[in-house]
Design a protein around this ligand. Structure first.
Ligand code: ADP
Length: 454
C-alpha cells in the first residue's frame, strides 16, 4: 500500500493532493522550483525538496530531478497532477522502471491517447463517433486542401501533439486555409516541437461536454457523468458545470456508454476524461481523451460525492472500485469559475505581482481550491490560475445564485483577476438560461463593455 507520495506539480492541484493524502494518512513530498518557496503546498506538505530554477523546464519538467527526489525521500508513488509531466508517457515509463507507482494510467494508454490521430482511430474502432476529417496527420499542403474541400468548409486545423487550444486554427475557404495551415504548423512546432497537424470539420456553435471516467486495474470502467465546459476563451475553459443544462437522461446514457467504450479501447486505468463536442441536435463527437485528473474535477466531486483524488490513489493501490455504475447518482448541481490573474478589461493581459488582501468566500455550498493568500507573490513563470471557486446546490439556479453571491465576497487586492467577469456572466440571461455554446464568450465580450470587469 502507498505510504508516501511525491507531488510532481505546484499550485492548487498540489495542495488538493496534499489534502487528500492527509485525510488518508499518506505522507507527502512536495518538489518545488525556486520561485515557489512561498507556495502553500510547499508549506503544508510533510517534506519538500527544491528541484531547480523558476522556469518549468528547469524544475517541474525535469523528470530526472523529480525521480532523484523520489529516490532520496523514498516515496512509493508519484502524483503528476495536470499539465507538466502528467501526460508524458516517457515519464510514466521511467517511474514504472524505477519501481515508483505513477498515479495515472499505464504509459501505453498515455501514448495511445496522446497522439490525437491514433486516439481517434482507436475510439472509432469501438464505435464511438469522431468528427469527420483527415485520417491522421496531413502530409502536405496540397493534400490538406484536398481533404478540406472534401470535408467541406469551415474546417479546424489541429496539432497532433496539441493541448491547451494551441496550434488550432479555423479556415473558411481555400484562401484562408493556405494561411491558417502555415500558422497552425508553426505554432505547433513552437509549442510542442512537433509541427504535424490534422483536419476536422469545424462544428459550428457546439457544446463541449466531457465525461469523467474511473477505471480500476481489474477491468471495471465507470463514468461519473458529464461536465459542460462550453464557456471558453480561445479554446481555453473558463467555467465548467455539472450536470450540463443541455443533458437529458437518454443522451447521458448514450454518451456515458460511448465514453466507457472509448476508455476500454485504450485499456484505461485510473481517472481520465473523454471529451466530446455536441451539436444542437445532440449529435456527439469524440475529440480527445485527457489521461489525467483535470482542473474541473471538483464539480464532479460535488455532484457525485466521490473524491476523485482518493479514488486515483485507491486504484493505484491495485484495489477494486467499491461502487458500480448504478450507484453513481447526480443529485446536485455544481459550477466552477476559474480565477485567473488576468485583466479581463484589457484583453486578459497577465497580471502577476503581489496579492495584497486576499479573502476567499465561504458559507453553504461554496468550495475554494487555491494555493494563494494575503501577501503571496504570483510568479510570472507559470499559468495564470490562482484558484477555483466551486459552488453547488440542489438546483442549477441555486448553484448560480450562490456563485454570484460568492464572487461578490471574493476579495483579491493588488492584482487584476477574472472575478468581475465571472460575476457578469452569472448575471447574464443567456448564460442563466443554459444556452451557452463554445461561441458564447466571444459574443458575450463583444456585447459587453470591458469597463464592467475592472
Ligand atoms: P486541446 O487539446 O488543445 O484542448 P481540443 O481538441 O480538446 O484541444 O479542443 C479544444 C476546444 O476547441 C473544444 O472544447 C472546442 O471548443 C473546440 N473544438 C475542437 N474541435 C472542434 C471542432 N471540430 N469543431 C468545433 N470546435 C472544436
Amino acid at each position: 500500500m502507498i505510504q508516501k507520495i511525491l507531488i510532481a506539480n505546484r499550485g492548487e492541484i498540489a495542495l488538493r493532493i496534499v489534502r487528500a493524502c492527509r485525510e488518508l494518512g499518506i505522507k507527502t513530498l512536495a518538489v518545488y522550483s525556486e520561485a515557489d518557496v512561498q507556495s502553500l503546498h510547499v508549506q503544508l506538505a510533510d517534506e519538500a525538496i527544491c528541484i531547480g530554477g523558476p522556469k518549468s523546464a528547469d524544475s517541474y519538467l525535469r523528470a530526472d530531478r523529480i525521480i532523484s527526489a523520489a529516490e532520496i525521500a523514498d516515496v512509493d508513488a508519484i502524483h503528476p497532477g495536470y499539465g507538466f509531466l502528467s501526460e508524458n508517457a516517457k515519464f510514466a515509463e521511467q517511474c514504472e522502471s524505477c519501481n515508483i507507482k505513477f498515479i495515472g494510467p499505464k504509459s501505453k494508454s498515455i501514448k495511445l491517447m496522446g497522439d490525437k490521430a491514433i486516439a481517434k482511430e482507436t475510439v472509432r474502432k469501438a464505435s464511438v463517433q469522431t468528427v469527420p476529417g483527415s485520417d491522421g496527420p496531413v502530409e502536405s499542403e496540397a493534400e490538406a486542401v484536398k481533404i478540406a474541400r472534401k470535408v467541406g468548409y469551415p474546417v479546424i486545423i489541429k496539432a497532433v501533439a496539441g493541448g491547451g487550444g494551441r496550434g488550432m486554427r479555423i479556415a473558411h475557404n481555400d484562401v484562408s486555409f493556405a494561411k491558417e495551415y502555415h500558422v497552425a504548423r508553426n505554432e505547433a512546432e513552437k509549442a510542442f516541437s512537433d509541427g504535424r497537424v490534422y483536419l476536422e470539420k469545424y462544428i459550428e456553435r457546439p457544446r463541449h461536454i466531457e465525461f469523467q471516467i474511473l477505471a480500476d486495474s481489474h477491468g471495471k470502467v465507470l463514468h461519473l457523468g458529464e461536465r459542460d465546459c462550453s464557456v471558453q476563451r480561445r479554446h481555453q475553459k473558463l467555467i465548467e458545470e455539472s450536470p450540463s443544462p443541455f443533458m437529458t437522461p437518454d443522451l447521458r446514457k448514450k454518451m456515458g456508454k460511448a465514453a466507457v467504450r472509448a476508455a476500454e479501447a485504450a485499456e484505461y486505468e485510473n481517472a481520465g476524461t473523454i471529451e466530446f463536442i455536441v451539436d444542437a441536435k445532440g449529435n456527439f463527437y469524440f475529440i480527445e481523451m485527457n489521461t489525467r485528473i483535470q482542473v474541473e474535477h471538483p464539480v464532479t466531486e460535488e455532484v457525485t460525492g466521490i473524491d476523485l483524488i482518493k479514488q486515483q490513489i485507491h486504484i493505484a493501490n491495485g484495489l477494486e472500485l467499491e461502487f458500480d455504475q448504478k450507484d453513481i447518482t447526480f443529485t446536485k448541481h455544481a459550477i466552477e469559475c476559474r480565477i485567473n490573474a488576468e485583466d479581463p478589461a484589457r484583453n486578459f493581459a497577465p497580471s502577476p505581482g503581489t496579492i495584497g488582501l486576499y479573502y476567499s468566500p465561504g458559507g453553504h455550498g461554496v468550495r475554494v481550491d487555491s494555493h494563494v493568500y494575503s501577501g503571496y507573490v504570483i510568479p510570472p513563470y507559470y499559468d495564470s490560475m490562482i484558484g477555483k471557486l466551486i459552488c453547488f446546490g440542489a438546483t442549477r439556479k441555486m448553484a448560480l445564485e450562490r456563485a454570484y453571491r460568492a464572487l461578490s465576497e471574493y476579495l483579491v487586492r493588488g492584482i487584476k483577476t477574472t472575478i468581475p467577469l465571472h460575476r457578469a456572466i452569472m448575471a447574464d440571461p443567456l448564460f442563466i438560461e443554459g444556452k451557452a455554446t463554445t461561441a458564447y464568450m466571444e459574443e458575450f465580450l463583444s456585447r459587453t463593455t470591458p469597463e464592467l470587469f475592472s
